[in-house]
Design a protein around this ligand. Structure first.
Ligand SMILES: [Zn+2]
Length: 275
């Protein structure tokens, strides 16, 4: 058997877990609140199609590429909580944890810019999310800017005053990776199974909230741990499983209700060695 290279894998979902809110919802609140009704009550399993509809509407309303990126970075700066950042940093520093974000509902551009806004990109070793890129819409309006700015491309230089860049571009998200029979467009259970097969980690600690996170929780084994946000689908599933009304979870389950509780639970488990 391979000797684990890391003590822990800290795997965290994105919306309503690492960030306290749903990024797409917050964007709409700020940039086009009249669209908010479309998003209320939606869970991550159905988010890719809906996100594309919202992004197309934002583009149609004149929200430029740069304005979108600026809004994402401002969200990270203001609302990616210090507790969540401490959780990542201390898990790495104190417990030799590898940190990965796995998000079936979000996309690489959202995750990248929210983390960048908080200067937290270095706290994350990998991101598994849907692919996204800016694509030009129609002709002329913005012909001088590149049609596609892939994630990881340098942020463009400050636009000349009064002339926003990327007006004629919209962000398009593509469901990436394989789905599953529970309906995830990109199943986080696959990521967990792949990590377990690699044999590089002694234990996996998974933080999640939404319906798609159930697949990740079900793929974990004894010695792993699920941290489920109270009041959301993952915690509801765990309660059903504990009551014998759903397929049982092999991993230990801890319910949290604030970013501080999540941080304390993750670090406490690592300190104690789960078990
Ligand atoms: Zn799934």
């Amino acid at each position: 058997m391979t000797t684990p290279a890391w003590d822990w894998l800290l795997l965290t979902s994105f919306d309503r877990t690492l960030v306290d809110f749903d990024v797409c919802e917050r964007l709409v609140e700020q940039l086009a609140p009249e669209l908010l009704a479309m998003l209320v009550g939606q869970d991550s399993a159905s988010m890719v199609g809906l996100t594309n509809t919202v992004l197309a509407e934002l583009q149609r309303r004149g929200v430029s590429r740069d304005a979108l990126i600026e809004a994402l970075q401002a969200l990270g700066c203001d609302e990616l909580t210090p507790a969540a950042c401490d959780m990542l940093r201390l898990a790495k520093e104190r417990h030799r944890a590898a940190v990965r974000v796995v998000s079936p509902g979000a996309n690489g551009v959202f995750v990248h810019h929210v983390l960048a806004g908080r200067k937290a990109a270095a706290l994350v070793d990998g991101v598994v999310a849907n692919a996204a890129s800016f694509e030009r819409v129609g002709d002329g309006a913005d012909a001088a800017t590149p049609a596609v700015q892939q994630l990881g491309g340098k942020k463009s230089a400050a636009p000349p005053a009064g002339k926003p860049q990327g007006v004629g571009q919209k962000l398009v998200v593509k469901a990436t990776g394989g789905g599953c029979d529970r309906g995830c467009p990109m199943c986080p259970g696959r990521e967990v199974r792949a990590a377990k097969q690699q044999g590089r980690y002694r234990s996996i600690v998974f933080c999640g909230a939404g319906a798609a996170d159930v697949c990740a929780a079900r793929a974990l084994g004894p010695g792993d741990c699920v941290l489920a946000r109270g009041g959301h689908a993952l915690a509801e599933y765990a309660a059903c499983a504990a009551a014998g009304k759903a397929e049982p979870l092999a991993a230990k389950v801890v319910v949290w209700r604030s970013p501080e509780e999540m941080r304390d639970a993750v670090l406490g488990l690592m300190e104690a060695g789960v078990k």
